[in-house]
Design a protein around this ligand. Structure first.
Ligand code: 6R9
Length: 673
């Protein structure tokens, strides 16, 4: 099915491009001898260090055998991979036909139909709803048949604007069943942000709910969709499910989803899809104002998310997996839905907030649902550790086996609190680094060598198949340990993004051109003296507010819409709980008077309406001018130094057009403080 490799080839292993012996040592302390050939069912018993080595020296054999044994195919693939980073060509499992929903549902509904697939932890504690694999398969098929009866077919894009719920998961899987491409939009995004995504993807339909419920409050989703769709000519149907009793006025495009589903059959034949057909688009922020529709495809994504789910979290058959992310983000896609369901897990859908109705919510839920793995974010942990530990300790957490963190660098205080207070010091805590573009976890302490330690607050080790490379300022590969540089990955892996929707050239330019032939992550990293990786943060104009990625340019675009605002510059500054918050420097037109209060209020509203509430700058500073290079580029680096009060160390300012602007801004800032 895929080319058989012989042992002779494996002798070349240390000469794999982008991987020197030293880098191999970064992962494991000594280089073992080559593993024997075999299928995945034999290979997976090898020690993790041998598996890693195999994954980077003979990716065809590693991923090929895993794909054959772990996934159900409708037609076998004939080539494991066909990739070339310099032209942005990434193909895995070429020639194979597969259906992701079959792997996430039918396989398990055949083997254990009554196993719980989803535990919907609804906003009110103690009102959880359990959905078995058989039920989820039936619901998905009814939804798929409803979509089909409205002429939605393979390749059509469908926006999903829904809170965390079984119907949202069924909507994703129903698209996957018929080959439609879903694009989830986080249900906190404004109507304008939703419209921009629908327009870019030219979606044919939206699936939504009448309302959402979160932290005891109602969110009016349907009216946001109505406002968005007014400017979206591509939309032919709006499918509306009822999360609450509140009736909605149904318009011309509206379809009552629950009612339609009950009229459709609970069986729907799965569409055989090419390994490289698109599975979903997910919009994320980059360093320009225009969000990017990251494209993920079928087989490689599914294999990668299911393997990382199993190995990083030490998932075992029958475990209850608790990832509290919203399904609207990549973490929700990969570790609430696709990875766990492909592994036949019971996965928790968390609809509420960490502090509703009180700061014990997570731990009360852990006790009640007997959760085995708990995956959260540094921002939630920083919020919770401010409360008394009794909120944690009064609940039984003995079911917990692995703890995980994602979304931004985790600080030591949060790491230690999570590890010792929540995990009682007995659960491994994995800091997992990855991105929307990487599809799944790329650097994490697990899987580890037997008995190897986890270093606090460090992502540490590349996952199978991941070859991290650090680049220096001149674009040179940094070898050796105790070095810091731009984090790149030298070889393709099955879960990585395939394109930016409608703009493949942008995909190539953003990820493969900066360091020619390498995938550039946009993050910086440090390789420690032991060869482990520590992520140091973004190197571009992307900021991370409560684990949500935002382009400063997006916020600037929204602010610049105000007629009295000729230009703005937004930077991220550190914040105790949220990690970072936006700080906006605003230039106003001369004739607007002395009191900018009303304008600033208007600016806050603009950002909330155009993007979302958490993008609203926490601080504003009205300035006369912005620091710019002679070619007109705003030097945000200098603005950051003003706020962090490190202007005595401005770095290279030789390109600054008018150096006096720095003093001017410092004075304005000092006056405001
Ligand atoms: C999964 C996700 C990706 C960016 C990424 C990086 C930051 C994520 C991190 C982390 C340090 C970690 N990031 N995990 N930084 N340590 N464990 O968050 O995807 O929303 O695309 O954000 O988040 O800066 O580049 P996404």
């Amino acid at each position: 099915m895929f080319p058989k490799t012989n042992l002779y080839r494996k002798r070349k292993l240390y000469r794999t491009p982008g991987l020197c012996e030293q880098q191999l040592r970064c992962r494991f302390s000594s280089l073992p001898s080559p593993p024997p050939p075999g299928t995945w069912s034999q290979l997976h018993r090898l020690p993790h260090r041998d598996l890693y080595r195999l994954s980077v020296t003979d990716p065809d054999r590693f991923w090929g055998s895993a794909a054959v044994d772990r996934l159900r195919w409708m037609r076998p693939f004939h080539q494991v991979r066909d990739c070339d980073f310099s032209s942005g060509k990434i193909n895995w499992f070429v020639g194979g036909k597969i259906n992701v929903s079959v792997n996430c549902l039918d396989v398990h509904a055949e083997n254990h139909p009554d196993r719980v697939a989803l535990i919907w932890e609804r906003d009110e504690p103690g009102t959880e709803v359990k959905v078995t694999y058989r039920e989820l398969l039936e619901t998905t098929c009814r939804l798929a048949n409803t979509l089909k009866s409205h002429e939605i077919k393979k390749g059509d894009r469908v926006a999903i604007y829904m809170p965390v719920s079984p119907i949202a998961v069924a909507a994703m899987l129903a698209c996957a069943r018929i080959g439609a491409v879903h694009t989830m939009v986080f249900a906190g995004f404004s109507s304008e942000a939703l419209a921009a995504k629908i327009q870019d993807a030219q979606c044919k339909a939206v699936i939504t709910c009448n309302q959402g419920v979160r932290g005891g409050r109602l969110i009016h989703l349907k009216s946001t969709v109505d406002a968005a769709v007014r400017s979206c000519t591509s939309i032919q149907h709006i499918f509306v499910s009822q999360r609450t009793e509140q009736p909605v006025v149904m318009g011309e495009l509206d379809v009552p989803l629950d009612e339609m589903m009950s009229q459709h059959a609970s069986v729907c034949p799965p569409e055989p899809l090419d390994s490289e057909d698109s599975l979903f688009l997910l919009y994320t922020s980059g360093s320009t104002g225009k969000p990017k529709g990251i494209v993920h495809t079928q087989a490689g994504y599914l294999l990668y998310t299911s393997m990382t789910h199993q190995y990083v979290f030490d998932y075992r058959d029958g475990d209850v997996f608790g990832c509290v992310a919203d399904v609207g983000w990549i973490t929700g896609h990969s570790y609430v839905v696709y990875g766990p369901l492909c592994n036949g897990a019971t996965t928790v859908l968390f609809e509420s907030t960490p502090v509703y109705p009180d700061p014990g919510r997570y731990w009360e839920m852990v006790e009640r649902l007997r959760i085995n793995q708990f995956y959260s974010t540094p921002t939630a942990l920083r919020l919770l550790l401010k409360y008394d530990d009794c909120w944690v300790k009064k609940y039984d957490r003995s079911s917990l086996r692995t703890l995980g963190s994602v979304g931004e660098p985790i600080n030591h205080e949060a790491w230690h609190w999570f590890h010792s207070v929540v995990g009682e010091g007995r659960c491994p805590l994995v800091d997992t680094w990855w991105q929307t573009e990487t599809g799944g976890i790329c650097i994490a302490p697990h899987p580890l060598e037997e008995g190897a330690p986890i270093i606090p607050a460090m992502a540490m080790r590349p996952f199978f198949g991941i070859q991290p490379v650090l680049m220096g300022e001149k674009g040179e590969t940094l070898t050796g340990d105790s070095v810091s540089g731009a984090l790149c990955i030298s070889q393709p892996w099955p879960g990585m993004a395939r394109s930016i929707y409608g703009d493949h050239q942008r995909f190539i330019d953003a990820y493969f051109k900066v360091y020619h032939g390498y995938y550039f992550t946009g993050d910086g990293a440090h390789r420690s003296e032991d060869g482990y990786y520590q992520i140091t943060g973004r190197m571009d104009d992307v900021i991370n507010v409560s684990g949500h990625r935002l382009g400063t340019a997006e916020i600037e675009d929204a602010l610049d819409e105000h007629p009295a605002v000729p230009e703005t510059a937004v930077i991220g500054i550190p914040h105790d709980i949220k990690g970072e918050v936006p700080f906006a420097f605003v230039v106003l037109k001369e004739d607007v008077g002395d009191d900018p209060t009303a304008i600033l209020q208007h600016l806050r509203g603009l950002v909330a309406n155009k993007i979302t509430k958490y993008a609203v700058p926490e601080h504003f500073l009205v300035v006369k001018r912005l620091p710019k290079t002679r070619s007109g580029k705003i030097m945000r680096r200098i603005l950051r130094k003003v706020v962090l009060e490190t202007t005595n160390d401005l770095g290279d300012v030789s390109t600054l057009d008018d150096p006096s602007v720095v003093k001017e801004i410092v004075e304005t800032y000092d006056l405001k403080k």
